[in-house]
Design a protein around this ligand. Structure first.
Ligand SMILES: CC(C)(COP(=O)(O)OP(=O)(O)OC[C@H]1O[C@@H](n2cnc3c(N)ncnc32)[C@H](O)[C@@H]1O)[C@@H](O)C(=O)NCCC(=O)NCCS
Ligand SMILES: Nc1ncnc2c1ncn2[C@@H]1O[C@H](COP(=O)(O)OP(=O)(O)OP(=O)(O)O)[C@@H](O)[C@H]1O
Length: 194
């Protein structure tokens, strides 16, 4: 079974590319969705987050905006949060890959924004990076209503796009039309899984 890693900065188009894989019948592990599932009311990560950051959890409910503000202004807080969340995401990923093997899947896609930052490229056979010009990235994320200062802070805390492209086996450019990106992904899937 081929294990494919998908990464890219915020708003670069990971979810869009992942959807093409899913529609081709390839199981997709979504690290962001896993993080969110761990952080729902009384979710698995909540007791530990509450212990480390008492002011961002109330009645088992996490204030994501407050926690985001905290980790964007404090590198130590970001490391502490990641030390809580990443091992739980890793466990979920392992279970996902094991289940796909049992079902004899030909391939799986691991959609992980921090793939390189967490050394995840060592666990995959091929890394895809999605990339678009910075102006396109900013415009997309702004449409979600995130303040510009927050977007810039998030980008500054991720590995630079140029470095991700350099490390990737395949770069999918999403700055052109959606059709262009989707066609490139379809061709790639054909090459990977003849
Ligand atoms: C701080 C939290 C609660 C903010 O939640 P919020 O709903 O505002 O944002 P969301 O989770 O949708 O993330 C949006 C984007 O921000 C970026 N991002 C999130 N966490 C991080 C991080 N630790 N470092 C760099 N970029 C990050 C990713 O590109 C992500 O796609 C949340 O992002 C979180 O718990 N992050 C820590 C876990 C983590 O490292 N996640 C990254 C995926 S493994
Ligand atoms: N090739 C493309 N052409 C035009 N728009 C695109 C393309 N790819 C993605 N988009 C748009 O850009 C936005 C961000 O894309 P997407 O949600 O796939 O990014 P992401 O990398 O998963 O983001 P995040 O890291 O924040 O979760 C979405 O509104 C999507 O519709």
């Amino acid at each position: 079974m081929k294990i494919i890693g998908l990464t890219g900065g915020i708003g670069m188009g990971k979810s869009t590319v992942a959807t093409v894989f899913r529609r081709s019948g390839i199981p997709v592990f979504d690290a962001d969705a896993t993080v969110r599932a761990l952080q729902v009311k009384n979710g698995r990560a909540i007791p530990r987050i509450a212990a480390a950051f008492p002011d961002v959890v109330r009645d088992g409910v996490l204030d994501r905006t407050a926690l985001r503000a905290r980790i964007l202004s404090d590198a130590g807080a970001k490391r502490r949060l990641e030390a809580i969340v990443h091992p739980l995401v890793r466990t979920a990923e392992r279970k996902f890959v094991a289940a796909a093997r049992r079902r004899h899947a030909k391939a799986v896609l691991l959609d992980i924004p921090l793939l390189f930052e967490t050394g995840g490229e060592r666990r995959v056979d091929l890394v895809i990076t999605v990339s678009a010009p910075r102006s396109v990235q900013m415009a997309r994320v702004q449409r979600r209503g995130l303040p510009i200062a927050d977007i810039e802070a998030i980008i500054a805390r991720q590995m630079p796009d140029a470095e991700k492209r350099r490390r990737a086996d395949v770069v999918i450019r999403t700055g052109l039309s959606r059709h262009h990106a989707i066609s490139a992904v379809r061709r790639l899937i054909q090459e990977i899984l003849p």
